[in-house]
Design a protein around this ligand. Structure first.
Ligand code: ANZ
Length: 949
C-alpha cells in the first residue's frame, strides 16, 4: 500500500494526512460531546427541551443495518453509509430535523458457530464486534444519533420483537375487510354464530379443546405440519439455500431428509394481494418491485375437476382454454389421492408401455420405488430437471370437455404445495408436458394454432383450434383471453370448475432450532396446548446454556427429531407461571425466531428507542413516518441498501408493518417509502495455479504479470470481501489519507447505484482536491486565513451561482459524484483567478457546499473563517437566477439558408433589435445589396433567418 509522503520539510499548515487525522479526531469528539446529530421527537424521552420547538420539516434516512461480523468492515461496506450521511447532512442544512442512526442485526448463525468452536458466549463476541464496528464507523465521521442505535440482541429490543409476535399471534385476517383484527373480535363473531369455523362447524357446539383449536386455525401465527429439510447429523432443519444439489448439508456434508414436522408459521399469504397492490405506492427501483411481484407470483386461472374413478381430481391451470389438448394427468407423488387411485385402478402393468412402469412390476410397487427415489430432491431441482421421470398409476380420468379417457401419472415435476398438486398436461403447449409426453409416448394434440407442435411445445399466442364439444362449448377461432373466459363460464355452468387466483408465496416458516435468536413467548400446558404469554411477562430472555450445539443424531437416522439447544436448559424450559388460573407448571417453546425477525421492524424502534410502554409512540411514528398527503403510504423517507434484500427482508418488513397498521399501532401503510440500491465496490482478486485465492494486498505487478510469493497468479475482478481475499480496511485508508479523503474518493467513484472498482492508488486524487480547497483559504506556512472582503466579480458570481444550483440538484438526487466534480471545478476556477487572496464571499459558500461530503475539513475551515457554531446547521447557499443565464448569446444569421454572419446579442434582446443588429453586419449588408428582403425570422435563442429575392 502506498502511503502519501509528507516529508518533514512540508509547510506546517499544509493539509496533510497527519493534519487531517488530527482535526478529524477533534471534530468527531466535538460532535459526540455536543450531541450534534441528536434529532428531537414530538413526545417522550427525546422531546425537545422546554422552549425549543420541533421543525415541521423532517427527514428520516436509514441504512440496511449490518451484521456485526468479527471481520469488521471493509471499504465496500460504508459506501451506502457515507451516501446516506451526505444526504442527511445536506438536509440538515436545508433546515430539516433529520433522523439518522445505525443499529446492529446481531442475532444469527455466525456468532453461534463461533461460540460452538470456541466456547465463548455469543453475546461476548457480538458485543465486541459491535464495539469494533462502532469505532470503525465513528472514524468515518458519520453523523448518527447514537441514542437511537439499537442491537436486535438487546433484551430491551427483542422484548418488542416478541411483543409484535404476540400481536400477530393474537390476530386473524378478516378476508372481507382485507385486514388483520384482534382474535377477541373473532371469538365474539364465532360466539354470536355470525361466523363458522374454518371446517364450517358451529363454534358454539364445540367443547373447549375444539374451540381453542378452531380459533388457532384463524391465527396469523399457527403451527403446521410442513415439509422441511431435516438434517439429523447437524440436529437442525435447514433452509433450502443450505442444502446442496445432491441433497446434503452445505455444512458438514450430511444427508438431508424431507420430513413433515410441526413448525411455527406466519400467515404472510393473507397479505398477498395487499403486498402486490401497494407496490404501486412505493418509490422503489422497478427491478425490486418486479422481484417482489414474481416472488408473490399471482396467477389467474381456473380449478377444473376431472372425474377419476368417481373422485373429483381437481387441477389448477392458468390455461383452461387448452383443455381440449389435455392428453394425460400428473399428480405430485405426495398427492393424497395417489394411493386411492392405485388401489382402485387396474393394479397391473399387463400390456402397459414399458416406459410407463418405472422400477416396479405393478403400479403399487412402482409408486413406492418412485417416491423413495425422489425423497431427497428439493423443489428447485424437481422443477429444473430436464429428464422427465414418472410412473403410471394404472388408472384413468375423464377429460370434462370431451369425455376422453386419459392416463394418470405421478411425476416429480409437479409439486405438492402449489395449486392443487395436480395438473392436466397439455403437451402441445407446455414445455415440461411436451418433454414428458415425448419421453413417455403420449399423444400431443394442437389446440392453439401458430406453430409445429411435433418437435416442441408452441407457447406463443394464437387462435384456438380443435376445441368444440356437443355440450355447447365452442372456442375455436378465439384468442386466449376470450377463450379462457368462455371456457370458465362453461365450466361454472356445468359445475365442473371455477375461476381461481393462485399465489406462489408460501407462509413464512418462522421457527429455527438454534440458540442465538429470540425465544418464543409461548408455553405449553400439561395437555400440550400452546399459550401465549401476557405482555407483562416480556421479555422472555435467552437462558444461559453451557453448550450451544443442537442435539445431533446418527446422520442416517431419518426418523430422529430436532431437539434445539434451548431444550437442554431444563430449568428454563420447565417453569411455574400464573396465566390467570393459578400457578401451574408449563414448558417453554424451545425454538428461536429466524434472523429476519429483528430486522422486520427496526425503523420503528429508531423512532422511539427508549420507550418502555410501547414499541414506539404513534405520535412520534406519525411525525417521522406518517403519510404526508392524501394517498401517501408514509414510511422512512430514504432507505439505502443492497439489492440482495429485494425479497425476503423487504417482504417480511412490509408484512409486519401492515399487521401493525391494521391493529392501529402505526399510521404509515408501508415501512419504506423510498428505496435506493447502492452498487458494490469491486476489486481485483488473484488466484494461484490451484485456483485458490491469495491475499491481494501482497500481490506484485511486473511487466503486466502478477506474482504472489514469487509464483505467478491470475488476476480476476469481483465484489470486495473476505472470500476473494481482496478486502481493504477503511482503518488503513483513514490513517493514511484521512476520513474526508476516503469519503470524497468513495463518493466520486461513479453514480451511487453502479458498482465501481476500488483503486487505492487513486485515493490520493481526492486528497489533493481537499488540499487545494484548504490552500485557497489557509496560508500553509502561517495557518492564517487568507480571505479578503472584496466583492465578487460578475464572473465569480456566475461560477458560484451555477455551482450552487448544480450541487443542490445533485445532492437532492443522490448524485454525489457530480457534486464532487462541480466543487473541483469551482475550486480550480478560484485557484486560477485568485492565486493569492480569495474573497470570503466566494469560499464561505464553498465550505458549506463541501461540508456534507467532507465534514471535518469543512468544520475546521468554518471555524477558521470566524464561526463559533458547527457548520452542521449552516443554511445551504441559495442561487439567484440572474447569474444562471448568459448575458450575451451568439446567433448565426442565415440568408436563404446559408450562414453569412454571427452576431452577439443581449440574451434578452427583442426581435426588432436582433434584426437591426443582423442587418448592420457588413457581410449581411453586402449579400442584401440590390435584393428584395421578403421575410425576417428570429428563432429565439437559435438563429436569424433572412429570405431575399
Ligand atoms: C395446463 C397448461 C397448459 C398449463 C399450458 C400451462 C400451459 P404459474 O403460471 O406458475 O401459476 N401447474 C399447476 N400446478 C402445478 C404444480 N403443483 N406443479 C407444477 N406445475 C403446476 O403456472 C401454472 C401452470 O403450471 C398451470 O397451468 C399448470 O400447467 C402448471 F399450455 O395447466 B398449466
Amino acid at each position: 500500500m502506498t502511503t502519501p509522503t509528507t516529508d518533514s520539510s512540508s509547510p506546517a499548515f499544509r493539509y496533510t494526512p497527519q493534519l487531517a487525522n488530527q482535526l478529524e479526531k477533534t471534530w468527531q469528539q466535538h460532535w459526540v460531546d455536543n450531541g450534534t446529530f441528536n434529532a428531537a421527537n414530538p413526545v417522550g424521552d427525546l422531546a425537545p427541551a422546554d422552549g425549543e420547538t420541533l421543525p415541521e420539516d423532517k427527514l428520516f434516512v436509514q441504512d440496511m443495518f449490518p451484521y456485526p461480523s468479527g471481520a469488521g468492515l471493509h471499504v465496500g461496506h460504508p459506501l451506502g453509509y457515507i451516501a446516506t450521511d451526505v444526504y442527511a447532512r445536506y438536509n440538515r442544512m436545508l433546515g430539516k430535523n433529520v433522523l439518522h442512526t445505525l443499529g446492529y442485526d446481531s442475532f444469527g448463525l455466525p456468532a453461534e458457530q463461533y461460540a460452538i468452536q470456541t466456547g465463548t458466549h455469543p453475546r461476548t463476541t457480538t458485543m465486541a464486534n459491535i464495539e469494533n464496528m462502532r469505532r470503525q464507523l465513528g472514524a468515518l465521521g458519520l453523523g448518527h444519533d447514537s441514542r437511537r442505535s439499537v442491537a436486535t440482541t438487546d433484551p430491551e429490543y427483542y422484548r418488542w420483537t416478541q411483543w409484535i409476535f404476540l400481536q400477530i399471534y393474537n390476530s386473524w385476517f378478516d378476508e372481507q375487510a382485507q385486514k388483520a383484527r384482534p382474535i377477541a373480535e373473532l371469538i365474539e363473531l364465532l360466539e354470536a354464530g355470525e361466523m363458522s369455523t374454518k371446517d364450517g362447524l358451529d363454534y358454539r357446539e364445540l367443547d373447549d379443546v375444539d374451540k381453542q383449536a378452531a380459533v388457532n386455525d384463524f391465527r396469523l401465527v399457527y403451527r403446521s405440519y410442513s415439509m422441511v429439510n431435516w438434517c439429523p447429523g447437524l440436529g437442525t432443519v435447514l433452509a433450502n439455500e443450505e442444502v446442496t444439489s445432491n441433497g446434503r448439508s452445505e455444512r458438514g456434508n450430511f444427508p438431508v431428509f424431507r420430513k413433515q414436522l410441526s413448525q411455527w408459521m406466519m400467515r404472510i399469504t393473507a397479505y398477498s394481494d395487499r403486498l402486490i397492490d401497494d407496490l404501486e405506492l412505493l418509490d422503489w427501483p422497478e427491478k425490486v418491485k418486479a422481484m417482489q411481484r414474481n416472488w408473490i407470483g399471482r396467477s389467474r386461472g381456473a380449478e377444473v375437476d376431472f372425474n377419476a374413478q368417481g373422485h373429483a381430481l381437481t387441477v389448477f391451470t392458468t390455461r383452461p382454454d387448452t383443455l381440449f389438448g389435455a392428453t394425460y394427468m400428473v399428480l405430485a407423488p405426495e398427492h393424497e389421492l395417489v394411493d386411492t387411485l392405485v388401489a382402485g385402478g387396474s393394479g397391473s402393468y399387463d400390456g402397459v408401455d414399458k416406459r410407463w412402469q418405472g422400477a416396479g412390476s405393478t403400479p403399487a410397487e412402482a409408486v413406492a420405488a418412485y417416491r423413495a427415489s425422489i425423497a431427497a430432491k428439493s423443489d428447485l431441482e424437481r422443477q429444473e430437471n430436464k429428464d422427465k421421470t414418472g410412473v403410471f398409476l394404472g388408472a384413468y380420468a375423464t377429460n370434462p370437455v370431451n369425455g376422453a379417457q386419459i392416463p394418470i401419472f405421478i411425476a416429480d415435476y409437479v409439486l405438492t404445495g402449489y395449486g392443487t398438486g395436480a395438473i392436466m398436461a397439455v403437451p402441445a403447449h407446455d414445455t415440461r408436458d411436451h418433454e414428458f409426453a415425448t419421453a413417455f409416448g403420449l399423444p400431443i394434440i394442437e389446440v392453439v394454432a401458430g406453430g409445429d407442435v411435433s418437435e416442441a411445445a408452441y407457447t406463443d399466442s394464437g387462435l384456438t383450434v380443435n376445441s368444440a364439444n356437443a355440450e355447447g362449448l365452442d372456442i375455436n377461432g378465439l384468442a386466449k383471453t376470450e377463450a379462457i373466459e368462455k371456457t370458465i363460464e362453461w365450466l361454472v355452468a356445468a359445475e365442473l370448475g371455477q375461476e381461481k387466483i393462485q399465489y406462489k408465496l408460501r407462509d413464512w416458516l418462522f421457527a429455527r432450532q438454534r440458540y442465538w435468536g429470540e425465544p418464543f413467548p409461548i408455553v405449553y400446558d400439561a395437555q400440550g396446548r400452546a399459550h401465549a404469554l401476557p405482555e407483562s411477562m416480556l421479555p422472555v430472555e435467552l437462558p444461559e446454556v453451557a453448550d450451544y450445539q443442537p442435539v445431533s443424531h446418527d446422520p442416517e437416522d431419518a426418523d430422529s427429531r430436532p431437539e434445539p439447544p434451548l431444550a437442554k436448559a431444563r430449568e428454563w424450559v420447565e417453569v411455574e407461571l400464573d396465566l390467570g388460573d393459578g400457578p401451574q407448571m408449563y414448558t417453554r417453546d424451545t425454538n428461536v425466531m429466524p434472523q429476519w425477525a429483528g430486522s422486520s421492524w427496526y425503523q420503528l424502534r429508531y423512532v422511539d428507542p427508549t420507550n418502555e410502554d410501547a414499541l414506539c409512540d404513534i405520535e412520534n411514528e406519525r411525525y417521522w413516518t406518517g403519510p404526508q398527503f392524501d394517498g401517501d403510504c408514509g414510511g422512512v423517507d430514504l432507505y439505502v441498501g443492497g439489492v440482495e434484500h429485494a425479497v425476503l427482508h423487504l417482504l417480511y418488513a412490509r408484512f409486519w408493518h401492515k399487521v401493525l397498521f391494521d391493529l392501529g399501532h402505526v399510521s404509515s401503510v408501508e415501512p419504506y417509502r423510498r428505496l435506493y440500491n447502492q452498487g458494490y465496490i469491486q476489486a481485483f482478486a488473484y488466484t494461484d495455479s490451484r485456483g485458490v485465492y491469495v491475499a491481494a494486498e501482497q500481490v506484485e505487478e511486473l511487466d503486466g504479470k502478477f506474482y504472489y510469493e514469487g509464483e505467478e497468479v491470475t488476476q480476476e475482478y469481483g465484489k470486495m470481501g473476505k472470500s476473494l481475499k481482496n478486502a481493504v480496511a477503511p482503518d488503513d485508508i483513514c490513517d493514511n489519507y484521512g476520513a474526508d479523503t476516503l469519503r470524497v474518493y468513495e463518493m466520486s467513484m461513479g453514480p451511487l447505484d453502479t458498482s465501481r472498482p476500488w483503486a487505492t492508488k487513486d485515493v490520493v486524487g481526492a486528497q489533493r482536491f481537499l488540499q487545494r480547497m484548504w490552500r485557497l483559504i489557509v496560508d500553509e506556512e502561517t495557518g492564517e486565513v487568507v480571505t479578503t472582503d472584496a466583492a465578487l466579480s460578475d464572473e465569480d458570481n456566475k461560477h458560484l451561482h451555477r455551482t450552487i444550483e448544480g450541487v443542490r440538484d445533485d445532492y437532492n438526487n443522490l448524485r454525489v459524484n457530480t457534486v464532487v466534480a462541480k466543487l473541483i471545478e469551482y475550486v480550480n476556477y478560484l485557484t486560477k483567478t485568485y492565486p493569492k487572496q480569495v474573497p470570503l464571499a466566494a469560499v464561505e459558500p464553498l465550505t458549506i457546499m463541501a461540508a456534507p461530503v467532507a465534514p471535518h475539513i469543512a468544520e475546521e475551515l468554518w471555524k477558521r473563517l470566524g464561526h463559533d457554531e458547527t457548520i452542521t446547521f449552516a443554511p445551504f447557499p441559495t442561487y439567484e437566477d440572474k447569474w444562471l443565464v448568459d448575458d450575451e448569446i451568439e446567433l448565426p444569421v442565415q440568408i436563404n439558408g446559408k450562414v453569412r454572419a454571427r452576431i452577439m446579442v443581449p440574451a434578452d434582446a427583442d426581435k426588432d433589435a436582433i434584426i437591426a443588429q443582423a442587418l448592420a453586419e457588413p457581410n449581411v449588408e453586402s449579400h442584401l445589396e440590390g435584393k428584395n428582403l421578403v421575410k425576417q425570422i428570429v428563432v429565439p435563442g437559435r438563429m436569424v433567418n433572412l429570405v431575399v429575392k
